[in-house]
Write a protein that binds this ligand. Sequence first.
Ligand SMILES: Nc1ncnc2c1ncn2[C@@H]1O[C@H](COP(=O)(O)OP(=O)(O)OP(=O)(O)O)[C@@H](O)[C@H]1O
Ligand SMILES: [Mg+2]
Length: 511
Amino acid sequence: MTDTQEANGVILIVDDSKANLELLSDYLTKAGFHTMEAMNGENALKQVEYKAPDLILLDVLMPGIDGFETCKQLKASPFAHNIPVIFMSALSETIDKVKGFSLGAVDYIAKPFQEEELLARVGVHVKLRSLTQTLERQNLTLKQEITEREAAEAALKKEIKERETAEAALQKLTVELEKRVEERTSELKKALEELQQAQLQMVQNEKMSSLGQLVAGVAHEINNPVGFICNNIAYAKEYSQDLINIVRLYQQHYPNPEAEIKEEAEAVEIEFLIRDLPQLLDSMDLGTDRIRNLSLSLRNFSRSDSSNQVQVNIHDGIESTLLILGHRLKAKGDRPKIEVIKNYGDLPDVSCYPGLLNQVFMNVIANAIDALEISNEPPPGTTEESPSTTTKIAPNPIATIRISTEVVENCAIVRISDNGPGIPEEVRSKLFEPMFTTKPIGQGTGLGLSISRDIVVEKHGGQLKCISAPGQGTVFVIEVPLEPLENSSSQTRPSESPTQEWADEKTVLIS
Ligand SMILES: Nc1ncnc2c1ncn2[C@@H]1O[C@H](COP(=O)(O)OP(=O)(O)OP(=O)(O)O)[C@@H](O)[C@H]1O
Ligand SMILES: [Mg+2]
């Protein structure tokens, strides 16, 4: 067998006639095929198991199993089921051909053989088989490729899905992280603001408490000597009156005394002395009385004793506050004194924290004095030769603070107003915010009104309101329930005009 023969194909010839076997083998070998030979069906079946040919030429009529049975068994064999079978027979009846094709044969050659026809038919079927095999191999490769691609695609899809899941988780994490960072930042910001506010409040409280201690200390030190003087003035009056009586008796019974006594009496102006001494003692009495009242007022202002609410007269608190601020009300440089007009109503004692309430009066009155001082300053850029025509307190050139009190619906109402420049809306809306100030650095912390509102609203269940407009002065309305916080029901009063209460009141000048 040569390479060419092998390349053309291997043909198994099955025929019980030796002559036929030789003839066919001769034709095929010449045509370049390699041949295998079997004399019966059984032998053919054994040979294909050993080596599969490319085509089988199968005789129909043979001893033992005939061609049809052999074909049937070949098609059932796993080694030979796809090897093309061509029947050879002298029988040329149609029924046999049909049987052959139905058993799986691909062609039929009639005996006696025509060499060209035989070679042509064998050639076609070998070629067909070769093409079929190539196609099957390609198919297999293609199928494998498809399977691999499908597997790769599935793996890719899985990876994409995993990445998408990871990305979504990452995004969720990022959002959560950003939210937490935002929350922490705002918590820290809030804590910082609270800390700053607490610090400022501590400074303010410290200032108030040291002021209170100083005032209480001074009042206490004054109290003893003043008490001593007060007590002794009564005796001094009594004793001096006794002495005057005796002098009068002497004058009555001895109208012409010794010359020396007469001279001395004239020298001391005895008549004037007798008239003036009681008056002098009276005015000393009045003076010490005033000092005693001042000391009482000072102690009243500084009463930080009350961690519980106590019943007090609010007017005492206002009076002592005015007393402490008295030096700021006096004329200063070009600024005339500030007039204080009081119109006190009939207030019952109010249940409150007096020390804290006095702090409110102090803040509001000090703000009014600040506003009046500012409004008295000449506007920037004006000189005495060219006075400004826009003096802020033009309607009432006398800087005035008015304080009125009254009871409305179980609330003590204190109104403190000034005829200063008034407050524009943009400032008024921020008035009670902690650390809001329009004053230069070092002059105002911006805590006065914020603390005052806490005291009035939180501590007393009352209200602190401001009514003001530029050029119309300012009114602060402090409302404190007469009863303690638990029983109080604070109500809003209808709003009022800042100029409403500039009516006829008893005028008290503090100078
Ligand atoms: N009677 C008033 N007339 C005009 N403006 C006022 C009056 N009272 C308060 N204000 C304005 O309200 C602002 C806030 O007042 P607040 O008492 O809270 O702080 P402050 O007086 O500036 O500083 P502090 O009282 O802490 O020393 C003031 O800076 C001022 O602009
Ligand atoms: Mg203030």
